[in-house]
Design a protein around this ligand. Sequence first.
Ligand SMILES: Nc1ncnc2c1ncn2[C@@H]1O[C@H](COP(=O)(O)OP(=O)(O)O)[C@@H](O)[C@H]1O
Ligand SMILES: [Mg+2]
Length: 242
Amino acid sequence: MTYAAVARQVVMEFANGEDRTRVLHGVDLALPLGRMSFLVGPSGSGKTTLLSILSGTLTPTGGEVEVMGERLDRMQPADLVRFRRRRIGFVFQQYNLLAALSAAENAAVPLIADGVAWGTAVRRAREVLARLGLAGHEHKLPRQLSGGQQQRVAIARALVHEPALVVCDEPTAALDAQSGRAVMDLLDAASDDASRAVLVVTHDDRIYRYADQIFAIEDGRLVDADASHLPHALPEHGTNAP
Ligand SMILES: Nc1ncnc2c1ncn2[C@@H]1O[C@H](COP(=O)(O)OP(=O)(O)O)[C@@H](O)[C@H]1O
Ligand SMILES: [Mg+2]
């Protein structure tokens, strides 16, 4: 298999009183394994909606979505929840860590949710935290960590169950440049695994150079990611095409 995720002619409409507002107009896109793909575009263009559809948190009004060869748009809700828990990792702008849990416990959440015993799950989470440079911080609560460290815990949580697809919605938006780079270096390393694809939604042009491929979206349609739209898009890093 070449692609972790494929979208074909994806349409999304939201009810708006009596009307329906179409926010995605037939999007085709594929996320290759072993690559980091970016989805960029202005606020309100449909980035979060598309990310949510690709990761099975939102069901499209039309079109097909496939993750690791499985059709998400045809799954029963309970199967979709289980599939998402096992195959997909999530990173958000605001970290979304549970305040009462330690870093290791937060990172263990996907395993615990999937039925792995607490002790085993936390042990595996500690190993991932150590790999991400957080050895010695495992017992700390989120409020005892910096923003950059909290986002690294969130990345550990997104990787602990070895998902095939990791989706990140504005992962560096709340971070200073240096912490943002540290976070992107970790996501970059995670995307080097040939059994995984990483999707980063962003309008942070400081990090465009990390992208192996860039999808640009405007008003719910993919447009050419050419230099006029993306002044900083020329890759210094990686290859530009799968
Ligand atoms: N649950 C929803 N109900 C109605 N409209 C929505 C909903 N979610 C998003 N939208 C609308 O869809 C459009 C795209 O939103 P979004 O995907 O969040 O854009 P982006 O992430 O690029 O800023 C926006 O106009 C937004 O208001
Ligand atoms: Mg968004």
